[in-house]
Structures are given as structure tokens and as C-alpha cells.
Design a binder for this molecule. Structure first.
Ligand SMILES: [Zn+2]
Length: 113
């Protein structure tokens, strides 16, 4: 359950920014999560609901923006979105590549009142 420390991190960042802005409460938190980051939306939501009561983020809505995995083939430089667990280049058949997208994990923005 590695989503717990991650959710605590999200909350800390959001509250820090909200306090600096003099907000009364946080209404929305936008997260960007790459498919390779390995975090499950529902688990983050679950911990978020446990952690937020009594904080500025109580009742805030979490928005998950997913980023699909994108690879750049080592051999031919072709960029593609691989299906899960199959990192074969569709252009030349080589295995694997440089990860260009999909590892993202960050708070994109928060909305406050
Ligand atoms: Zn290739």
C-alpha cells in the first residue's frame, strides 16, 4: 500500500499552497499520474478520504489525469504507446526503449476558496 505516503505528500503540498494563499478551503486537487508510476486512483482516493477530515482539504475533489506510457525505440527511434507488458516496437520489432512519458506523478494544480 505505497499510496499512503504518496497521498500524505499530495495533501502536504496542497495545504501548504492553500495556507500561503490564505484560503479557507481547498475545493479541487488536480493530479497527473503516469501509467508507469504504479499508483491506483482508488487507493489514493481512499487514503485521501481518511486523511482530510479537519484539514483545509476536507471535501476537496480529486481529479486524476492519466498519462499513457510512451516509449522511444532504442533501435529505430520510433515513438509509440505500448500495450501493457509488451514493449515491442511496432515499427522494427526491437524490444524496449527509452521511456518518454508515463512516469509522471505530481500535483498539477489546486483550486481554493
Ligand atoms: Zn523500432
Amino acid at each position: 500500500m505505497h499510496e499512503l505516503p504518496v497521498t500524505e505528500g499530495i495533501l502536504r503540498i496542497a495545504i501548504e499552497h492553500a495556507e500561503k494563499a490564505g484560503a479557507r478551503r481547498i475545493t479541487d486537487i488536480h493530479l497527473v499520474i503516469g501509467d508507469l508510476a504504479g499508483f491506483v486512483d482508488d487507493s489514493i482516493q481512499f487514503y485521501f478520504d481518511i486523511l482530510t477530515p479537519g484539514t483545509l482539504a476536507e471535501g476537496a475533489k480529486l481529479h486524476f489525469h492519466r498519462v499513457a506510457t510512451r516509449l522511444r525505440c532504442w533501435e529505430c527511434g520510433h515513438e509509440f504507446h505500448p500495450p501493457e507488458r509488451d514493449w515491442t516496437c511496432p515499427a522494427c520489432g526491437a524490444m524496449g526503449g527509452e521511456v518518454r512519458a508515463g512516469k509522471e506523478f505530481y500535483v498539477e494544480s489546486i483550486e481554493i476558496e
